[in-house]
Design a protein. Structure first.
Length: 78
């Protein structure tokens, strides 16, 4: 799960660098998947993990717009 969140952060950064909507959308979907897994398996994030994840979510939400982010995030959830 943590590896996927790391991939999401890298994909989000790539999307910011390249201004690629597809990278941002893929990152939001990855975050949706990991959120579902965290809830299903009752995983508690460490404070640092939570802070890094929230920074990634905020960056994507700003880059994509709230509605586009919400749609992509929901697509990642099973």
């Amino acid at each position: 799960m943590l590896a996927l969140e790391g991939m999401a952060a890298l994909t989000a950064a790539q999307g910011q660098y390249e201004a690629a909507a597809s990278s941002s959308s893929a990152a939001a979907r990855l975050l949706g998947v990991t959120e579902a897994w965290h809830q299903r398996f009752f995983y508690i994030r460490l404070p640092r993990e939570s802070k890094e994840r929230e920074a990634c979510v905020a960056m994507l939400r700003h880059a994509m717009g709230k509605q586009a982010f919400t749609v992509a995030f929901a697509e990642g959830r099973p």
